[in-house]
Write a protein that binds this ligand. Structure first.
Ligand code: KIV
Ligand code: NA
Length: 275
């Protein structure tokens, strides 16, 4: 992928036109989003969105690698970033490097994302100093759901200072960009102004250098959890449900298959067809 965007390309987009980012977990969706996106994230949201897990905590390194490989096959232009899953990097820089190197080698991604700012600064520096570009993720970090006691807005009031420190620590440690999740607009603007790397917002206002959404959320395919920031650009779930109901009814009424779906004993020799 010689024409793919690189982490330095993304870092250079600070304060330029907004970075467009989406998640993808499969080859066909990667092909759909690639021409329109700067970054495609193989998020650990895959656990909830595709595997029916109650949170991201049960996602494994092998799951991330399998989905990363699938996404890689569908990309030409966008930078692919793969999430480090809970429990595979927090022990220390060595564990993080060992597992991130496996993710890079096996998926072909050019960067990984991990959750944490101050707490992960040493790890981010260790990875970036050894050839693994890192995207940081601060504010609401879903892998800390139990520590937070839910998925509430972060950084309100005097908590803002903690999130600013996280942003600064991630940037100073060498992260090439940082995801800001579910924080007030005033804080997102403040962070975007004071760090030199692009901020990618999700539930963090238009004040960021870019935006990211979970693709299944914005397509209306994943509706088990709803949140104010996930604008629905389509209702593909409803369309799929209607199509499945049509199919079920037509089978029960013997209206499907119709004559055009049926093979004859003699070939009909349709050019390029399988008839
Ligand atoms: O896992 C994910 O999809 C993410 C994005 C929402 C930032 O981390
Ligand atoms: Na994630």
């Amino acid at each position: 992928r010689n024409t793919a965007l690189t982490p330095p390309d993304i870092a250079a987009r600070k304060s330029q036109t907004p970075l467009v980012c989406l998640t993808a977990y499969t080859t066909p969706v990667a092909r759909l989003v690639d021409p329109h996106c700067d970054i495609v994230l193989v998020g650990d949201s895959v656990g909830m969105v595709l595997h029916g897990l109650p949170s991201t905590l049960g996602v494994t390194l092998d799951m991330m690698i399998m989905h990363g490989k699938a996404v890689q096959r569908g990309l030409e232009r966008a930078l692919m970033v793969v999430d480090m899953p809970f429990g595979f990097y927090e022990e220390g820089p060595e564990q993080a490097f060992r597992n991130a190197a496996r993710v890079m080698a096996e998926t072909g991604c050019a960067a990984v994302k991990l959750e944490g700012g101050q707490s992960m600064a040493e790890t981010i520096a260790f990875l970036t100093g050894r050839g693994i570009p890192v995207m940081a993720h601060i504010g609401l970090t879903p892998q800390a759901v139990n520590a937070f006691g839910g998925y509430r807005v972060q950084g309100r009031g005097k908590d803002a200072q903690l999130v600013i420190k996280d942003a600064e620590a991630g940037a100073e440690a060498g992260a090439f960009s940082v995801v800001l999740e579910k924080i007030p607009e005033v804080l997102a603007r403040r962070i975007t102004e004071c760090v030199a790397i692009p901020t990618i917002g999700i539930g963090a206002s238009p004040a960021c250098d870019g935006q990211i959404l979970v693709v299944d959320d914005m397509l209306g395919l994943f509706t088990a959890f709803q949140t104010k920031f996930a604008k629905r650009y389509a209702e593909l779930g409803q369309m799929a449900e209607a199509a499945i109901a049509d199919y079920a009814r037509e089978v029960r009424e013997r209206r499907f298959p119709a004559p055009e779906h049926v093979f004859k004993d003699q070939s009909e020799a349709v050019p390029g067809g399988d008839a």
